[in-house]
Design a protein around this ligand. Structure first.
Ligand SMILES: C[S@@+](CC[C@H](N)C(=O)[O-])C[C@H]1O[C@@H](n2cnc3c(N)ncnc32)[C@H](O)[C@@H]1O
Length: 277
């Protein structure tokens, strides 16, 4: 069997035009990334926890202002609370915030920060939203919703959020707008940061059939190479809105940024506000 697959590959190499060869080789790379490696809902957080705040620690004050205004009297729930990058300043602004996360390593970072011990966190899969409500605000930011790797899990998350929202509660989802143009031949490599001491590169491959991006954050420094894997199932805003409807929620507003500027065709990301139908 292995021999016959190799024969088939060899035959393809012989007959394929260069562009098709490149596509085929990229296809094989994507298959090997998605089918053979073990990756669970804890992997991303566990691998990145100790450097997460150094890489992404800044939180946009406009995000805190908007979430506080939307939470009203609260309480609020963050899906994928992580190191508390957003939850801690929101709690400091007077909102009663709790969270869900799958990674104990991420939550340990939260616990170690001032105020972190006081935030209630449920350990588990946020697709289940396994905590009591009702919440005036449930939010998932920084593309974290796309950490749910199948459409079924994403729909389930909308359904469970709907069950735990107060009657006039809101579900806020911040995510990028997928940009397939950045993937040439099914892959993308980009420099994230560069200094004399350290280089950070993101290496990504895309599986457009399953809307799956398999990426590795690579850090190169005098200490050697460090790899943090991440997988995302991306979705365009229209699919998110349809999944929300299936879950019993309706799009109320969509912003292009936390300052509530309008979402337009050139927006690279969106903040979507869903509420009861
Ligand atoms: C990109 S980080 C975002 C953390 C935080 N929300 C922020 O904005 O800084 C994603 C977080 O979601 C958690 N996570 C990913 N998939 C999850 C899942 N299915 N259930 C629970 N937590 C999950 C990870 O452990 C990580 O802490």
């Amino acid at each position: 069997m292995v021999g016959s697959l190799q024969d088939r590959d060899a035959a393809r190499r012989l007959v394929a035009a260069p562009a098709e060869q490149e596509r085929w080789q990229n296809r094989r790379l994507v298959d090997s990334m998605t089918e053979t490696e073990s990756y669970s809902i804890r992997t991303y957080g566990d691998q990145i926890a100790d450097v997460y705040d150094r890489y992404y620690g800044d939180c946009n004050p406009a995000a805190i202002g908007a979430l506080k205004a939307l939470a009203g009297a609260g309480p609020a729930l963050e899906l994928g609370i992580g190191t508390g990058r957003v939850a801690l300043p929101l709690a400091a602004a007077g909102v009663h915030v709790s969270g869900i996360d799958a990674s104990e390593a991420m939550v340990r970072q939260l616990r170690a920060k001032p105020g972190g011990a006081a935030i209630p966190v449920a350990m588990g899969d946020f697709a289940e939203v396994g905590v009591d409500g009702p919440f005036t605000l449930i939010y998932v930011v920084f593309n974290t919703f796309f950490n749910l790797l199948t459409q079924a899990d994403q729909v389930r998350c909308f359904q469970n959020v709907a069950k735990r929202l107060a009657a006039d509660g809101l579900f806020i989802l911040e995510a990028f707008v997928p940009d397939l143009y950045r993937f040439r031949g099914g892959q993308d490599v980009r420099v994230i940061a560069q200094s004399e001491a350290e280089v950070r590169i993101d290496v990504s491959q895309i599986d457009t059939v399953n809307q799956l991006v398999t990426a590795t954050h690579v850090t190169l420094s005098g200490q050697g190479a460090r790899l943090c894997p991440v997988k995302l199932r991306y979705a365009w805003p229209a699919e998110l809105d349809l999944m929300a409807l299936l879950g019993g929620l309706r799009l109320k507003e969509r912003w292009g940024s936390w300052d509530r500027s309008p979402f337009t065709a050139s927006s690279g990301s969106h903040i979507s506000l869903y509420g009861a139908k």
